[in-house]
Ligand binder design. Sequence first.
Ligand code: SAM
Ligand code: ZN
Length: 492
Amino acid sequence: MASYKKEKEVLKILNISRTTLWRLKKKGLPHIKVGDSVRYVIDEVRDWIASEPTTSYQSSLELSNQIEEIQIEKERILNHYNIDLDYLFESNYFYLKKILKDNEIIKLKSTLKSYKDDGLPNQEIVRIFSKEYIKFIRSKYREQTRLSEFDEKLNNFLNQKDRTIKVIWGDAYKVLRKLESESIQLMVTSPPYFNARAYSQWDDLNIYLNDMRNIIRESYRVLDNHRVWVFNVGDIFDNDQITTKSVWGKRRIPLGAYFIKIFEEEGFEFVDDIIWDKGEVESKRHMNNGINYPLYQYPLNCYEHLLIFHKHRLDKSKIPCPVCGSLKVNGNTQSEIGVQSWECKNRNCFIRSPHNRGKRFSLRTNLMQYNHDNDKDNLIDSKTINMWRRDIVKFPPVIKINQNGENILGHSAPFPEDIPSMAIKYFTYVGENVMDPFAGSFTVPIVAQKLNRVGIGIEINKDLFRKAILKRINNSLNVFESGDTFEEFDVS
Ligand SMILES: C[S@@+](CC[C@H](N)C(=O)[O-])C[C@H]1O[C@@H](n2cnc3c(N)ncnc32)[C@H](O)[C@@H]1O
Ligand SMILES: [Zn+2]
């Protein structure tokens, strides 16, 4: 009996776009309707593609043009039905030689040989080739941008990808300088809010902002390309210690605005400001002692920012066409700031536009158009999507401080799990590295581990927080699932 394939499978087998399939279907590609969806018998599809055009079309010039067009389409599909990794290696050899050293080419070849590619769909073969090739480009970039402080032991510690929370004790700036470039796929944090807490004291606002700038600059190097920084910060009410040193010098300090400027100056693209509505918070500023007269009224401050930034480093190294795997591509335009886009010049590419232009793509679009069919691990639950639909989101802060200013979580400024949970689901894939450079009570790494990512936290105050942090991490570990653990590394 013939087996009926779904549209998704046919697209994969033929390695053609939805539009091409739609056009072929309009021209008579055999299919049957099952309820609202359509099914295909692959052998019939193959026969049809191989067949001559039917005579009934040949009545008008317009139709015969269309037939010609469809014949070209058919030939391309037929002639390039089966590619394999050997074919991609050989056909790209000319370009590989231009950028890789001899020993790297040999290594790439033997890596490709280690895959069993018999009978794999073209799409899968292209994906394997691109993945292995991009690995080489990336490792070259990493070597070139290593700082003198690079610490191999620390990097090995981070590269063990088990279900582990990684605790790094030390100053975020110093730690970041020891790390490999572009080795973290997401940064999420809530930094110290200037002098809002007893454990953080800067002489004045500018010194604080400068310290933060240095850390942000290093984070730019360490964050992977085309990835995201989620930065939670409030506009505090405090004395900046610049204009006046007296207690009366308190004012609204728009940390959110200052940080946006710093991030932009350090190369990031500002993408979104999600306002976290904290509801009714414990703040006394709005109380007016019953004096309901002008110039005496202030609102209760109940929001914080979730600033979203992108890193788009302009990377001009050639990347393979995501459709056919060819390195015969031309830098086409800059599709957005920092993003190089390419056009496939392989005349035999499986997808060409009706005007015979090649596929256009960038590393960024390739990242986003990752094949999500049956990708259940990375599917975002609709509860999260609904919660973060608007750019004002209301949920309460963590209930924390007791009368002595201490709290049950061992830290006086933990942030709710909702923030890292959204950030991690929205901006990373399972297995990737998530870092909080100001980890505090380690909410980010803990949530990351729960979501099957590697959670990495840096914290400077080892003496003050170690006991409470380790206790909290231990409580969060799933004792029934072996492998759940944490590791410490001291850089201080
Ligand atoms: C606002 S708290 C982070 C709260 C955290 N998101 C949580 O949920 O617990 C900021 C933390 O950064 C730490 N910190 C301050 N300066 C640092 C630095 N230079 N390097 C690393 N950690 C630092 C502080 O000790 C504090 O624990
Ligand atoms: Zn192509």
